[in-house]
Design a protein around this ligand. Structure first.
Ligand code: C2E
Ligand code: CA
Ligand code: CA
Length: 755
């Protein structure tokens, strides 16, 4: 697994920590606070601006009202100046009409040029001030003097009224300079003025401070609770007055002007923050869970991988043969099916080779299973060197091996492989410190022509192997269509064999053996034939191997013994009365423990002396199962039965057994006789066998004698007996009897009848 960089790891861990979610919440809180602060500030500014507007409106109103009143008073003064003889009564009427028009005055007064109040209206509530000198301070006097000089009106600051309370007076001079006739004064009571000037809305919402010359002159509407931090001051523009107005809003006013947005925004952003951090927490949880799941999955996958490895190991163990280490038959067949599937798609050929070790069974029996196993292992080792991606080698069981060759282009590829296999057997195999030469026989079936599926291919390779074995060992055969037919025939015959004995379908033919010393016939070889109901007369090669395989050979052998003995009994007193009959016994028949007893009983039953019977055995039985066979042969010999070794010379180089077994006759194999006059080595071997036998005190017979020259050679070298077509083919008993009685059998007159 790749190592993730540490920075990535730290980052991932930080992102997955709950602190990260908390940080997000904090960030949103900060953002919300910032926004709220900003918006509140803006809101406050807006409120301030509103307040300023209110103040400006208020001051405007104040200025306008003052101007109106000041001008009204000035007009009264102007009228008095124009009509200096105005009587007190008419002045009073004039003043009253003013008072009616402007309800705001506390009083309207006429002040003489010495600044003393003379007339006033209304009298009630003001009578105390008549005669009062309004120039009560130097500053007042100066202001009034200035007004008299300029003709401009003058406004007193906020003063304590003689009538009580706070008030304000507008003085309008009646004429300027020396022509001045005092002043007309309008007296305002502040409360009244304020009530006139300010609307109830303003009164409810604001506290208004009037600063006169920088000092608090009057506080209007002393509200108990004004909002902290909010105030606006505006200068009042009225001639002669140095006034500023400061208004402070009530908390209710401020509250009513406050916007809800800062809080709404704040709450919304905080909620968003909460949501985001919650989502983050959730996402972290999911991620962590995912990680845990991933980890579990990885662990599971590792577990599965481990199991797969174990399973593969198990499969390998199951698919391998423990003795040879090669693939076993089951695995081979599975693989073959698979291979054929691929070959089908790719239009390719596949070759299946079945290999059988020649004479392995015999070696195994004679040298022991331990030896057999070791030999198999050595052979497997060598064959396995051929395995590659195109060739699979397997052990099928017993002494059989199998090869599967893929991607076969032409038959040459297979032939090449067969050559390589054959080479594997060239050098001897060292088993138990001894070298052993061994050969192999092979059957080949090629996909698709010799079979479309693994089973058919295997069966056909088997058939080809079987045929190869029939043709002689150490060779190979390709499967052909005809083989299938023959195989069917073989199987049919095998079935028919069941009934052959019961139906008495076997017959014995007899082939005479001529004594070269006398030219007489003393013995015949009994050769079995099968009178098949449909196929006609069948030679032994067509059914003896079948019978050996199926085990029926024991019964057939018993029948041969009985038939031979019956024949010997029947010949008593005839021309054939002196003949000895040689019967053939296969190794399988010798395995039967009852054999010797059977023969003895049959001979006795037919009253035939034992020396009238001869038994021909091939060399193999002297090598296989030695103890048992020697015992069997000794008992037969003791019984008086003659023993001959058939096909001598083709089998084994070891001749030691000749010493240990009670042998009466050696039969030189036909293969040596056929070319004995043409091939030097055959002649040498034949001579050697004759000499060897004679040196051991054993008689020699040559079989397959077809030509005069062969006979001459044998005679020259002292061969005792001859048998072959030159004298006679194997013939039925009646023919033999006839020929013998007529004396037509003998040397030089080849008998052409029979099989
Ligand atoms: P075998 O024991 O070697 O028998 C000799 C075979 O050579 C016989 O074939 C015989 O017909 C043939 N033969 C004889 N002279 C000549 C000749 O001049 N030229 C040629 N080309 N062939 C000749 P057959 O009768 O077909 O028997 C074949 C084999 O069958 C026998 O070989 C023997 O091994 C086996 N056999 C025959 N009868 C019996 C039997 O009753 N029991 C058993 N177990 N095997 C038998
Ligand atoms: Ca024979
Ligand atoms: Ca023979």
């Amino acid at each position: 697994m790749a190592q993730t960089p540490p920075t990535n790891n730290i980052l991932a861990r930080a992102l997955l920590s709950p602190v990260f979610a908390a940080l997000i919440l904090l960030a949103f809180l900060a953002l919300a606070s910032g926004l709220r602060y900003g918006m509140t500030r803006q809101d406050t500014n807006q409120i301030q601006a509103n307040l300023a507007n209110e103040a400006v409106a208020l001051v405007d109103h104040l200025e306008r009202e003052f101007t109106i009143h000041a001008e009204a008073i000035s007009r009264m003064a102007a009228r008095l100046k124009v009509v200096p003889e105005t009587t007190e009564a008419s002045w009073r009427a004039d003043a009253r009409s003013y008072l009616d028009d402007f309800g705001v005055y506390q009083a309207i007064e006429w002040i003489d040029r010495d600044f003393v109040i003379r007339w006033l209206e209304p009298v009630s509530g003001n009578q105390d001030v008549v005669g009062y000198n309004v120039a009560f301070s130097d500053r007042r006097r100066e202001a009034l003097e200035t007004a008299r000089t300029t003709g401009q009106y003058d406004i007193s600051g906020i003063i304590d009224l003689k009538q009580g309370g706070k008030g304000l007076v507008i003085y309008a001079p009646v004429g300027t300079g020396a022509g001045n006739n005092g002043f007309i004064a309008g007296v305002f009571r502040i409360e009244t003025l304020v009530e006139q000037l300010l609307t109830s809305r303003v009164l409810q919402s604001f506290q208004v401070d009037v600063q006169d010359n920088g000092e608090l002159g009057y506080r209007l509407n002393g509200l108990t609770e004004t909002s902290e931090g909010f105030a606006h001051t505006e200068t009042v523009n009225i001639p002669t007055l140095d006034w500023t107005l400061t208004i402070r809003p009530s908390e209710t006013w401020v509250a009513s002007h406050r916007s809800a947005w800062p809080w709404v925004t704040f709450t919304a952003v905080v909620l968003m923050g909460l949501l985001t951090s919650l989502t983050t927490l959730l996402a972290q949880l999911i991620l962590k869970r995912n990680r845990a799941l991933l980890k579990t999955r990885r662990e599971l996958e590792q577990e599965i991988d481990q199991r797969k490895v174990i399973q593969q190991d198990l499969a390998r163990l199951e698919s391998t043969d423990t003795l040879t280490g090669l693939a076993n038959r089951r695995f081979f067949m599975e693989d073959l099916s698979h291979t054929l599937g691929i070959a089908r798609r790719q239009n390719r050929q596949v070759a299946l080779v079945m290999l059988d070790l020649d004479r392995f069974q015999m070696l195994n029996d004679s040298l022991g299973h331990q030896f057999g196993d070791e030999l198999l292992a050595r052979v497997a080792e060598r064959l396995n060197t051929l395995s590659n991606e195109r060739i699979m080698v397997a052990y099928s069981g017993g002494d059989e091996f199998m090869f599967c060759q893929q991607q076969v282009e032409a038959v040459d590829d297979v032939i090449h492989l067969l050559g390589q296999i054959k080479q594997c057997f060239e050098a001897p195999f060292e088993v138990q410190d001894e070298n052993h030469r061994i050969t192999a026989t092979m059957g080949v079936a090629v996909y698709p022509q010799s079979g479309k599926d693994a089973d058919t291919l295997l069966r056909n390779a088997d058939i080809a192997l079987y045929r190869a074995k029939e043709q002689g060992r150490n060779s190979y055969q390709f499967y052909t269509e005809g083989m299938q037919e023959r195989e069917v025939n073989r199987l049919e015959l095998d079935k028919d064999l069941d009934m052959a004995l019961a139906n008495n379908e076997f017959v014995l033919y007899f082939q005479p053996q001529v004594d070269l010393g006398t030219g007489e016939i003393y013995s015949v070889e009994a050769l079995i034939r099968w009178q098949h109901p449909r196929r006609g007369l069948l030679p032994p090669v067509e059914f003896i191997p079948l019978a050996e395989e199926s085990g029926r050979i024991t019964d057939i052998g018993r029948w041969v013994v009985a038939a031979a003995c019956r024949q010997l009994a029947a010949w008593k007193g005839t021309a054939c009365g002196n003949l000895r009959i040689a019967i053939n016994l296969s190794g399988r028949e010798l395995d039967d423990d009852r054999l010797v007893d059977d023969i003895r009983e049959t001979l006795a039953a037919e009253h035939v002396p034992a020396n009238r019977l001869e038994v021909e055995l091939t060399e193999e039985i002297f090598i296989q199962n030695i103890e048992h066979n020697r015992n069997q042969l000794s008992r037969l010999h003791d019984l008086g039965v003659n023993l001959a070794i058939d096909d001598f010379g083709v089998g084994y180089s070891s001749l030691g057994y000749l010493r240990d077994f009670p042998v009466d006759l050696l039969k030189i194999d036909r293969s040596f006789i056929t070319s004995v006059t043409e091939r030097h080595d055959d002649a040498v071997i034949t001579r050697a066998v004759i000499n060897l036998a004679h040196n051991l005190g054993i008689q020699v017979i040559a079989e397959g004698v077809e030509k005069e020259e062969q006979l001459t050679f044998l005679r020259q070298h002292g061969c005792n007996l001859v048998q072959g077509y030159l004298i006679s083919r194997p013939i039925p008993a009646v023919e033999l009897e006839k020929a013998l009685s007529e004396g037509t059998l003998g040397l030089g007159t080849p008998e052409r009848s029979g099989l």
